[in-house]
Design a binder for this molecule. Structure first.
Ligand SMILES: *Cc1c(COP(=O)(O)O)cnc(C)c1O
Length: 525
């Protein structure tokens, strides 16, 4: 083995702050080839300069408070992790919950589901993850190898947004738009395709709203040689031809839903041939296709425990990156459709809190036009419209609820992940709802300061974070805000054009329709 180069001898240094994973030096002779320094004294800065001259410095992160105030733009903007530091296990919050989530029930018998009930839909490895209470679940090597195409994703300090808002808050965002599909969804599409491939499955059927999940699964299917059939909600299929083109580019087959290829689709079309579709209907179609063909399984892009599990890599990376920054969040914000990007960023921090570490405020942001957490009922309900799926206890607007057509297709789902719903009931998270014009305004404020144009779904998180930062300004407090920028908006330019032309309105549902959908919840005698 070649000898590690000798680092320059240390000057007499003051004691370093204890930051175990980033302050990696102890003696004057190093076995490490490269070091990461994080400190705030002039001596260490000079030492870092000498390391840098010998190409021994991995990163140096000065944190001098005075300097920060006098020259706010001179500090680090992007916190990047080396590929070797990418987490090797997902975090399972079920291990740390004070009470377990209520069990999913069989749609016919209303008895708790057994693994065999889910076998027609999912491979056993995913069913095991669905019910596991192990705290850490290893990420298989082939999955990590694919993750490395874009992970670890960067954590940004939103310095320009902070300046634009004039807030004393420190705002950080984890940017998941760097994935091939442009959102967080490949984090679960890749392991789902992997476990299905291992189980000998030839085809995956799924639904997609905005097209984010469909294109993510299409990408993962291409890598593992699995055919992918996507039922895309009719309104998005018509409005978003480029998402469909992307799915087809990856080799997937895309069908507008409701379709004539399934019984559930035909039943809906008989009642209304011009039905614009919903995620609940598209799920029914995909589940039906999987249930009827032993070589086909179903894949869901959100809501389920194993999906939220796969997304926890986001929060775990963010924790390591914030450690580099010398910060820890006071507030975490995420947008919620089915709850997966929110769970992904928040659960690792909530887990720390449940194990006795620092308390964090966690805020879920949802659209006012589809407000399951703020206006829904916490009850057992079906995940789909045709009632083929298990009954799960969640915040729901009723499985027959069809949200009005607004421009964050990924958030148009009647229910919420059982894990997220449970945390809300336990008082561990809060929820707010915003109308779409206010979230688009927030998205443009963000884009004009930071440069990245967020997905309309992500604009909800941006709006939530901006409101928290403005509250800090009013109160004169310097809180640390972390939010998940879960995707870019490059496929959503039609929505931005409509907003610019003043044609976006705050679509709302009829109260009567919500009441009717809620009255139709299954009775759990
Ligand atoms: C799918 C999607 C969502 C909503 O799903 P969650 O499971 O709640 O994360 C939000 N943002 C983007 C960019 C999406 O693609």
């Amino acid at each position: 083995m070649p000898r590690a180069p000798r680092l320059p001898a240390l000057p007499a240094l003051p004691a370093l702050p204890a930051r175990p994973r980033t302050s990696s030096f102890a003696t004057s002779t190093f076995q490490l080839e490269r070091v990461t320094l994080r400190a705030n004294s002039a001596e260490i800065r000079r030492y870092a300069d000498r390391c840098a001259k010998q190409d021994l410095l991995l990163s140096f992160d000065p944190v001098h408070e005075d300097e920060k105030e006098s020259n706010p733009m001179s500090d680090t903007v992007k916190f990047v992790l080396d590929e070797e530091r990418m987490p090797k296990a997902w975090y399972n919050i079920a291990a740390d919950l004070p009470q377990p989530t209520p069990p999913p029930l069989h749609p016919g018998t209303h008895q708790p589901l057994g693994p065999a009930d889910l076998e027609p839909l999912f491979p056993m490895a995913l069913i095991e993850q669905e019910v596991s209470t192990e705290r850490w679940i290893e990420i298989p090597r082939p999955v990590r190898d694919i993750y490395r195409q874009w992970r670890p994703s960067p954590l940004f300090r939103a310095r320009r947004l902070e300046q634009a808002l004039g807030t004393p808050a420190r705002i950080y965002y984890k940017y998941e738009g760097v994935s091939p599909a442009g959102s967080h969804k490949p984090n679960t599409a890749v392991p789902q395709a992997f476990y299905n491939k291992e189980a000998g499955i030839k085809r995956l059927a799924t639904e997609t709203g905005a097209g984010q999940w469909g294109s993510s699964l299409a990408f993962a299917g291409a890598l593992f040689g699995i055919q992918v059939t996507v039922f895309q909600v009719r309104v998005s299929y018509d409005q978003k031809p480029y998402r469909r083109a992307l799915m087809e580019a990856y080799g997937a087959k895309c069908i507008a839903s409701p379709s004539t290829t399934t019984e559930s689709g035909r039943a809906i079309l008989e009642q209304n041939p011009n039905h614009t579709g919903s995620l609940g209907i598209a799920i029914s179609e995909a589940v039906e296709v999987a249930a009827k063909d032993p070589a086909t399984k179903y894949a869901l892009g959100s809501v389920l425990n194993h999906v939220l599990l796969h997304q926890t890599i986001v929060g775990q990376e963010a924790m390591l990156q914030l450690e580099q920054a010398g910060d820890y969040p006071d507030v975490i914000v995420g947008c919620t459709g089915g709850g997966s990007n929110f769970g992904g960023i928040a659960f690792p921090f909530i887990g720390e809190q449940l194990r006795g570490k620092k308390k964090v405020r966690v805020v879920a942001v949802e659209p006012a036009a589809c407000p399951s957490l703020t206006r829904g009922k916490y009850a057992y309900d079906f995940g789909d419209t045709a009632h083929l799926s298990p009954l799960v206890k969640m915040h729901t607007l009723g499985s027959t609820f069809t949200p009005p057509g607004f421009h964050a297709g990924g958030l148009r789902y009647h229910g919420m992940a059982p894990l997220v719903s449970h945390l809300k009931e336990l008082g561990l998270i809060e929820a707010v709802a915003y109308p779409q014009t206010t979230v688009f305004e927030a998205g443009l404020t963000f884009a004009r300061a930071e440069g990245i144009l967020p997905a309309p779904e992500a604009n909800h998180a941006v709006k939530g974070a901006i409101d928290e930062a403005l509250r800090c300004k009013e109160e004169g407090t310097s809180k640390v805000i972390l939010f998940n920028l879960c995707g870019h908006g490059h496929f959503d330019m039609a929505a931005y054009s409509e907003f610019a032309a003043g044609r976006l309105n705050d679509a709302s549902y009829a109260e009567g329709e919500l009441a009717m959908a809620l009255a139709g919840l299954p009775s759990m005698a």
